[in-house]
Design a protein around this ligand. Structure first.
Ligand SMILES: Cc1cc2nc3c(=O)[nH]c(=O)nc-3n(C[C@H](O)[C@H](O)[C@H](O)COP(=O)(O)OP(=O)(O)OC[C@H]3O[C@@H](n4cnc5c(N)ncnc54)[C@H](O)[C@@H]3O)c2cc1C
Length: 401
């Protein structure tokens, strides 16, 4: 494919790398322009769902992910006082997927794996410290101005895809809005090596409570020896210094699981939480994918997975358009991916947050009874797990023409 067909990608996050690797394998030249000097390794996505494992399997990446991650064959829904409400066996999904489990692997490790694979493709460059500043398009292509250590530079390509996260500069240069809302609450993520597994916790646990819910996950961690992450709600107005204060942090973790002595808290991170979807994913030669197109609260572990599905979908359409197919394919990308982001991703994640923090005790008990009934009846369990494992969403997207 000729140089004038180069695709520019803003952002070296999991979505940018996934798009680049899919394009590179198809022989489409591409350039990733990343503002930072490194791949972010703060504790964000750690859960990879079955459809994502299927997609990466088709391009030969899943076996490497499986070697580095933890297989989650069941997950628990708990109440902070009552204990386990339902323990969901993901094996039920075996009739629907080759991967009837979740994989716990931190998102920056997906980036590292793909970055290494991209080294085998001379036509794909990854340029760190190249921040996209402004963007223009004409009938032949796009012009992107970036700020690099040696000054301002200009890049030219056929299309520009914004994989540059929630504050996307590419999206802001498009004629679109980013509709939705921001919660008046942040999420506090605490990481500890303390082994909760010895007390019967699964590798993934959602622990409901009207005052202080939490979510508990185990990821491999930097030394691959295992790191538990505990997520709590945090006051949006409080000073992060106070939220991170050692005695308060200890009180929070001790509050949901009391141990002798202090927890060894390795990291403390705080995130704003939003629910927003771009009003369009395409404006001429500019496109968005991943968090640049949709953001949501992380309960359910869906945001990155959804963005990765965008990247697989879009790579196929970019190749076909560059091979001569109509640009209408980009409108199909917009219809398929934006529809499910609105109908499914937003609805499911808003519901997950509402359920875990439910303050009405009658509604809370009714929800627990519903979970127990679903778990006891395979006819209900399979469709339920297909929804939470994102199989329903990907099938719905693919059915849109
Ligand atoms: C606490 C937490 C837990 C989460 N857990 C999960 C989970 O388990 N599963 C899941 O699916 N999702 C989860 N998510 C969501 C997930 O982290 C995001 O959906 C994911 O990071 C989106 O990837 P991305 O590549 O679209 O954007 P990002 O990861 O945000 O990457 C964007 C990249 O663009 C770069 N950039 C920004 N502006 C510019 C610019 N102007 N020019 C060039 N580069 C630029 C940034 O430096 C960055 O490298 C979680 C999020 C949080 C906060």
């Amino acid at each position: 494919m000729s140089e004038k067909n180069r695709v520019l990608i803003a952002g070296a996050g999991p979505v940018g790398f996934t798009l680049a690797y899919n394009l590179a394998r198809r022989g489409v030249p591409c350039t990733i322009l990343e503002g930072s000097d490194r791949i972010f390794d703060d504790p964000r996505a750690g859960t990879i769902h079955p459809p994502t494992l299927e997609m990466f399997d088709e391009i030969g990446v899943t076996p490497t992910m499986m070697e580095r991650g933890y297989k989650v064959t069941h997950y628990q829904y708990r109440d902070r006082k009552q204990g386990v409400i339902a323990d969901f066996e993901l094996g039920v999904l075996e009739s629907e997927t080759k991967f009837p489990f979740r994989l716990m692997l931190e998102q920056h490790k997906i980036c590292y794996i793909l970055r290494d694979l991209l080294k085998g493709y001379a036509d794909c460059e990854v340029l760190m410290q190249h921040r996209v500043m402004d963007v223009a398009q004409d009938s032949d292509g796009v012009t992107v101005n970036v700020e690099a250590p040696d000054g301002r530079k200009t890049f030219r390509g056929a299309y520009l895809v914004g994989c540059d996260g929630g504050r996307s500069a590419v999206r802001k240069s498009m004629d679109v809005t980013f509709d939705g809302f921001t919660y008046e609450e942040r999420f506090l993520v605490l990481s500890t090596r303390y082994d909760f597994g010895q007390f019967g916790y699964a590798l993934t646990n959602y622990i409901a409570d009207p005052q202080e819910w939490c979510a508990l996950f185990k990821v491999p961690g930097q030394d691959e020896k295992g790191m538990w992450r505990v997520v709590f709600p945090a006051d949006a107005k409080a000073d992060p210094k106070d939220i991170f204060e050692e005695s308060l942090v200890q009180r929070r973790v001790q509050g949901f699981h009391k141990i002798e002595g202090d927890y060894d808290i390795v990291h403390r991170n705080l995130y704003d939480v939003h629910q927003r979807v771009a009003s369009r994913y395409r404006d001429g030669r500019l496109l968005v994918a991943g968090d640049a197109a949709h953001i949501n609260n992380p309960l359910g572990g869906m945001g990155m997975n959804f963005g990765l599905h965008d990247a697989f979908n879009l790579a196929d359409k970019l190749e076909r358009v560059l091979d001569g197919a109509s640009e209408d394919l980009f409108d199909l990308y917009d219809r398929q991916r934006r529809t499910v982001a609105q109908e499914y991703l937003q609805r499911q994640t808003i519901e997950n947050k509402r359920n875990i923090e439910q303050k009405d005790s009658v509604a809370q008990e009714a929800f627990y009874n519903e979970l127990r009934a679903i778990n006891a009846d395979k006819g209900k369990l399979l469709p339920y797990l297909m929804r939470v494992a994102m199989i329903e969403g990907i099938r719905r997207a693919n059915s849109i023409v």
